[in-house]
Design a protein around this ligand. Structure first.
Ligand code: MN
Length: 241
């Protein structure tokens, strides 16, 4: 059977030395290892700004992962930046928006992780909370101080959702976000919630495999968490259908 090629969206890493500055195209290796462990072939998609070339990037892969990273620019969901917004990258926002658009056009399964889930929501018309402190009643520590591979909070999963098919009614996750999904985009449902009501996953209502999780399954799957690996396997299986 042909192997499924999974494109992973990159970000920029800028390194300043004494005499110069280097910009690298970067993907955290845990995404790469998780895809390989799930029997897919990982390919890194560097941030570029030419739309026709981005279209080609997407057309050459069988499935896509939108990786985590910077905060999403609030202007994209018609809000001014509040005081607690962190670092943003308009270059990366534009790249991710194009990846999402072409993935839908070309019917490629898509998994958004952390920032990737937030971009997925914003790209389809949803909004975000710019910081968890702006959410009334949110009491859970979503920005864990513990090692990032520790499972720190529960999520309850909506029955009948794609995510429920992977994890069942609930699971434990790690949590490294300070933004969160507010209004869910049209055509999507919130398929997992933390116990304080914070949305932890969204997915497309139709047949397409378009799913975003707020936690970091790659940090867990690349080690020995079988159910988190199942998320990557589900993406790869969707690409085979
Ligand atoms: Mn969380």
């Amino acid at each position: 059977m042909n192997k499924v090629i999974v494109g992973i969206s990159a970000s920029h890493l800028v390194e300043n030395t004494d005499c110069t500055s280097y910009t690298y195209a970067k993907v955290c290796d845990e995404y790469v290892r998780s895809v390989q462990k799930a029997n897919g072939v990982p390919i890194i998609l560097p941030v570029i700004d030419d739309l026709a070339s981005i279209y080609h990037q997407v057309s050459r892969v069988d499935a896509l992962i939108l990786s985590g990273g910077e905060d999403v620019n609030p202007l994209l969901f018609k809000q001014e930046p509040y005081k607690k917004i962190g670092a943003i990258s308009s270059e990366r926002d534009a790249f991710d928006l194009a990846l999402i658009r072409y993935a839908r056009e070309l019917k490629k399964p898509l998994l958004g992780i952390c920032r990737g889930a937030q971009m997925l929501n914003v790209a389809n018309g949803g909004t975000l909370y710019q910081d968890l402190s702006y959410i009334e009643g949110s009491y859970i520590g979503h920005t864990q101080e513990a090692n990032r591979c520790e499972l720190v909070h529960s999520v309850d999963i909506k029955e009948g959702s794609r995510l429920h098919g992977i994890f069942g009614a609930s699971t434990l996750v790690n949590s490294l976000h300070h933004l969160a999904i507010d209004e869910v985009a049209r055509g999507f449902v919130a398929s997992a919630h933390a116990r304080d009501g914070v949305i932890e996953a969204i997915e497309c209502e139709g047949e397409e495999f378009i799913l975003g999780v707020q936690w970091h399954p790659e940090m867990l799957a690349s080690r020995d968490n079988g159910s988190m690996l199942g998320l990557f396997s589900a993406l790869i299986n969707a690409a085979r259908e």
